[in-house]
Design a binder for this molecule. Structure first.
Ligand SMILES: [Zn+2]
Length: 348
């Protein structure tokens, strides 16, 4: 017999005693009445089974999400992140239920196969050639220095970084000879490109004149004075592309050193690959400067497109950017007559 609190009673009878037998409660009153109360058996809750069911449900939903992703072609990064989460959930499920983990493995295999196939589809562009971008001058060697304190070295670096950004966005590998306001010897710049096996070398400069009122303006590109075909094509393509964007005037592709055609800029003699030195307008010309400031991004795109075009025309890459040659591109027949320094005529 067990005693427990009797149900409330408003009739005024007194409870003699109560007892419970199984699910039935008996309340004995002093007037002889016995009240019988049926108690519901408390149901046992199977928390373990519920937990397993919840895990199975979560896994099924995740599996469904994976399958949907496979069919809708979710991004590679997203799917790999989800895969990691999925494997984590799967291992905890394996402890709970072997049937679930078997089903889960199948889904994992499917998503792994999907990750492999998405690797075959290039998410980022890839161009099979390498370019050395050389921002001229640096540090104490400012190049052209205008009366307003503009330095060619800083403008060259600014433009070089824009070109680098565009090339890399197109999937072209870029080697920069400098990325800060430092002085790198020209011999070193050339050896960097040679050792890295670059296919093209483009040195970026701005021109200048000692008399800012002489009206000098325009864009010119210098190549080795032996006029190697590859270098000529590279320079012509770059100049044409810039001309299409808009420059004050084209001064053409010139062989040799400015004012000294029998000599060369060192970058055009010490490099193995097709090379050129771009003089992108005069830093001493307000017109060139205004155009540069408003068009520099388009100029960078133009240089990039010209490099891709040249790489295709010279058989370095195919139409899709796939590399066709095994060795770095070599420009044959460069003259090695050079001037001692990267001197520029008309520096102020
Ligand atoms: Zn320069």
């Amino acid at each position: 017999m067990e005693y427990f609190s009797a149900p409330p009673d408003n009739s005024g009878r007194r409870v003699v005693y109560t007892e419970r037998r199984g699910d039935v409660g008996y309340t004995y009153y002093d007037d002889g009445i016995v009240k019988i109360t049926h108690y519901r058996r408390r149901r046992k809750v199977y928390w373990g089974r519920i937990a397993i069911a919840v895990v199975v449900l979560i896994l099924l939903i995740m599996g469904l999400v994976q399958v949907i992703k496979i069919f809708t072609g979710g991004s590679k990064k997203d799917s790999s992140d989800s895969d990691k989460q999925f494997v984590f959930e799967s291992s905890s499920a394996a402890e709970a239920d072997t049937t679930v983990s078997t089903a889960d493995e199948d889904v994992s295999k499917t998503s792994a196969a999907s990750a492999e196939s998405s690797e075959e589809e290039p998410n980022a562009k890839k161009m099979g050639f390498k370019v050395c971008i050389d921002p001229g001058h640096g540090d104490y060697d400012t190049g052209v220095l205008t009366g307003e304190g503009l330095t060619e070295s800083s403008k060259n670096l600014e433009f070089a970084k824009l070109v680098q950004e565009q090339l890399e966005a197109e999937g072209v590998e870029v080697l920069m000879t400098r990325t800060e306001d430092v002085n790198v010897p020209i011999t070193k710049r050339c050896s960097m490109a040679n050792e890295a096996g670059c296919d093209f070398f483009v040195s970026l400069h701005r021109n200048g004149t000692s008399d800012p009122f002489d009206g000098s303006c325009g864009t010119e590109i210098f190549i080795n004075n032996a006029s190697p075909e590859m270098d000529k094509k590279l320079a012509t393509n770059i100049l044409d592309a810039l001309d299409q964007v808009g420059i004050t005037r084209s001064l053409g592709v010139s062989a040799g050193f400015s004012g000294k055609p029998e000599s060369n800029y060192q970058i055009n003699t010490d490099t193995l690959m097709p090379s050129c030195q771009l003089e992108l307008g005069y830093l001493t010309s307000d017109d060139d400067n205004a155009l540069y400031e408003s068009m520099k991004q388009d100029y960078a795109i133009a240089v990039t497109e010209a490099l891709v075009k040249t790489a295709k025309e010279l058989g370095v890459i195919d139409e899709n950017g796939g590399r066709l040659i095994t060795e770095p591109l070599i420009s044959e027949g460069k003259s090695h007559i050079t001037v001692s320094l990267d001197g520029e005529v008309g520096m102020v």
